[in-house]
Design a protein around this ligand. Structure first.
Ligand code: SAH
Length: 471
């Protein structure tokens, strides 16, 4: 982020615009929303600028800007549509200690003016670092449509009520009060009874909030999917957004954590097979501790919470403590990995069942019914299998699996750095090593990516690709 967004207090400050043509008009339209004192310098003002001057909205000086003119200015705009004149204005502005903007000249500007959605006192500023004005306009149009015009009125009345609302304890209770006001009841009251109705509604909601007892603690055990925030369910998003406390596994990416409220406490409780990791008992204790205080907790687990996620341990602890919970299902790594490679986990005439298994358990490499897995046409999604690849190959070949049984390995399924390799059970450990795959990765045993199926013969590791679905 080269340009850091801030909101500047221009109340009573001086803003100078050098240039009085069409280019200045579009900036002035924005500046006139502020409480700044605006001075415009330009020898040939267009009609609109003249009209604003006549109305007293701006001061118009019909000559070019001179050194003394920028004294005390907070901002100086170069809007002359003339590079030399803009550079001269910028020099004057900088010498006076003002921040300088040259219209449509990102590199010579010290700040840029965002696109604005105005629901004063609510203001949304949209910037694209000058990269995509079209995008900024589209976002602005979308927001204009989405934010009710009453929002500004509600916010203004709400602002005057903040002291009264401060009698509610900070945190969920106060937040719930404001949520009811801004998202539903405030707007309805305004439409029905006007601004007085809105003020009465605030009193009513406050009494209501004082009288209702606080919510009990609750834990949502949420399947956060394989990584792409688009693969969260609507329910997962809602529970995450409502949470006071978020406990997440190491595999849950930042882009998903961003969907939590800004005030939420976010705690990583990563468990890795190696290095520093949390003990399950400590995680259980933390869940119970926060829930006992009345917190709404989002416990984010990668993929589906019920797939190799020690869901039962946590549910048992919550049940023992009498804490209410909800499990929100998610997209598990195997289905995302299969989908992005156009691969069906079951297929008529090949495998009518599919197993989900882990190559690791508490005792190290996990044992399975290898004989059954070695049968031709068997399909399995193997989790935590990268370090166990040699072990898997050994067990499967020993129990009669065909050496050329197809295997697809998908690392970082659904993420920008997804990688897929197509190989065979015989070549699996070498193919993993050659591709540099470290995980998280899921091994789809008995399945070749769709493109590789078409190529039929060629199952060499050089099919490795950095691109989702490009195999
Ligand atoms: N509950 C998770 C699995 C947790 S176990 C789920 O349903 O997906 C952790 C293992 O999941 C990893 O070792 C890896 O095998 C797999 N995994 C998790 N995220 C993955 C991803 N984005 N791509 C590929 N495999 C992934």
């Amino acid at each position: 982020m080269r340009h850091f967004p801030i909101f500047l207090d221009l109340s009573g400050r001086r803003v100078v615009v050098s240039g009085a043509g069409e280019c200045a008009v579009s900036k002035l339209r924005l500046l006139l929303k502020s409480e700044a004192t605006i001075a415009v310098y330009g020898a040939q003002p267009v009609d609109q600028v003249r009209r604003w001057a006549e109305q007293g909205a701006i001061e118009l000086i019909e000559r070019r800007i001179e050194t003394a003119d920028a004294a005390g200015a907070a901002l100086v705009y170069g809007a002359n549509e003339d590079a030399a004149e803009d550079a001269r204005a910028a020099g004057i502005g900088k010498a006076a200690g003002a921040l300088v903007n040259i219209v449509d000249n990102l590199d010579d500007s010290q700040f840029i003016t965002p696109a604005i959605v105005d629901r004063d006192p609510v203001t949304v500023a949209i910037g694209t670092e000058g990269a995509a004005p079209v995008l900024a306009r589209k976002i602005k149009a979308d927001l204009e449509e989405r934010l009710p015009t009453s929002l500004g009125i509600l916010a203004r009345i709400g602002q005057a009520f903040r002291d009264r609302a401060a009698m509610l304890p900070m945190g969920r209770k106060r937040r719930d009060f404001w949520t009811r006001f801004y998202f539903g009841e405030g707007d309805a009251a305004l439409k029905r009874d006007g601004e007085d109705g809105v003020r009465a509604k605030l009193e009513e909601l406050l009494t209501d909030a004082i009288e209702t007892r606080p919510r009990d603690g609750h834990v949502s055990l949420i399947g956060a999917g394989p990584g792409d925030p688009d693969l969260l369910t609507v329910m997962a998003r809602r529970h995450l957004h409502e949470a006071d406390v978020v406990l997440h596994d190491r595999l849950v990416p930042q882009a998903i954590l961003e969907l939590a409220r800004r005030e939420a406490t976010i705690i990583e409780v990563g468990k890795t097979g190696f290095g520093k990791s949390w003990k399950q008992d400590d995680i259980n204790a933390l869940l119970v501790e926060h829930a006992a205080k009345g917190a709404q907790i989002a416990r984010l687990k990668s993929g589906d919470a019920g797939m190799f996620g020690r869901l039962d341990d946590e549910l048992d602890a919550l049940d023992a403590a009498g804490i209410a919970w909800t499990v929100v299902p998610g997209i598990t790594a195997a289905t995302a990995a299969a989908a992005s490679n156009g691969l069906s986990l079951t297929r008529r005439g090949r495998n009518s069942s599919v197993r989900f298994l882990t190559a690791h358990d508490v005792d190290g490499f996990a044992e399975h019914d290898w004989r059954a897995l070695a049968n031709p046409g068997t399909g399995a999604a193997i989790y935590m299998g990268i370090k166990a690849a040699g072990f898997l190959r050994g067990r499967l070949l020993m129990h009669g699996a065909s050496a050329d049984t197809p295997v697809t390995v998908v690392e970082n399924a659904s993420r920008a750095n997804q990688k897929t390799i197509a190989t065979t059970i015989l070549a699996l450990p070498d193919a993993i090593r050659a591709s540099g795959i470290k995980g998280p990765a899921v091994i789809l045993y008995g399945m070749a990516p769709r493109k590789a199926q078409a190529l039929a013969a060629n199952l060499e590791p050089e099919l490795a690709t950095e691109q989702a679905g490009a195999v």
